[in-house]
Design a binder for this molecule. Sequence first.
Ligand code: GLY
Length: 350
Amino acid sequence: MKTVHVSASRGYDVVIGGGLLETMGRTAAQLCPGRTACLVSDDTVFGLYGDRAKASLEAAGFTVCTWVFPHGEQAKCGERFLELVNFLAEHRLTRADLLVALGGGVTGDLTGFAAACYLRGVRVLQVPTSLLAMVDSSVGGKTAIDLPAGKNLCGAFYQPVGVLCDTDLLRTLPEDIFRDGCAEVIKYGVLGSRDLFDRLAAAHVRDQAEAIVADCVAMKRDVVEADEFDTGRRQFLNLGHTLGHAVEAGSDFRLSHGKSVAIGMAMIARAAASKGFCSPETRDELIALLTRYGLPTETDQTPEAILRTALGDKKRQGGSITLVVPAEIGRCVLHKIPVEELPRWIEAGI
Ligand code: GLY
């Protein structure tokens, strides 16, 4: 078992290892003075782990209410958000009580945002069940719902009281969803660790999950501690996301986030190599590792379509946009460009 402590506006531990779901109730009891917990999960995850999670909380003395929603990104919407906060109010949760987000990124984002808003803030324990949520979305306090105009457009920075990454839960994760998480893991290697990148090439993430998740979380912790509110260094975590989000939205979200980020990273690496930011070898190494993990590196969307969506991205600031550009494996740079230059980057990346 490994523990990574995050010192942000609220300090908390991210615990990584097997068997954490069983002891989750005891951990929750230490993090929260109240004795009512609302367990939030989608129907798929609740079917797999809901009973065990509930039993663990009840054994630790909690009265548990459960809010289960139909799985899928479409649940991250205003309607579901209002249903959830109304449910909390109907069950009279107080500021002493706890929300438990058991699931992937959608569950974590929706529950985290409800926790940030209900009574102007109640405790939330994140229990991510997907690789992607373990290495990225459950850590660092970004919470949000989507709006019709775009993804994650309404949200808050709101840190959890703890994060439990039970790596045993990865065993039931469908291969395709596991692969999505691998894209984010590869991102960390490209961003800041040649060593991590090489370990990903040497053995599959599945066979070294605890160590890999812990290393990614430690890297994310360093970034979040330096820039909790995303005004500088945290932007590095957007590697592959500007173009990736555009491809994801352009597919009407039929293409998953992880696969879109993989395409976004490959595109920015191609553009970076053609503009002399990195060598062709760096580009090829990145694309080869993505391919090895079964991730896509190309899109059939047109440059015009990608541009249209990229211009609506929330990372755009007025007339400029900051790209995260690989310089070598383990090192990236932030490169601010006027939006008029974006078409050339997209064309070079396709
Ligand atoms: N997922 C990117 C971040 O937490 O900043």
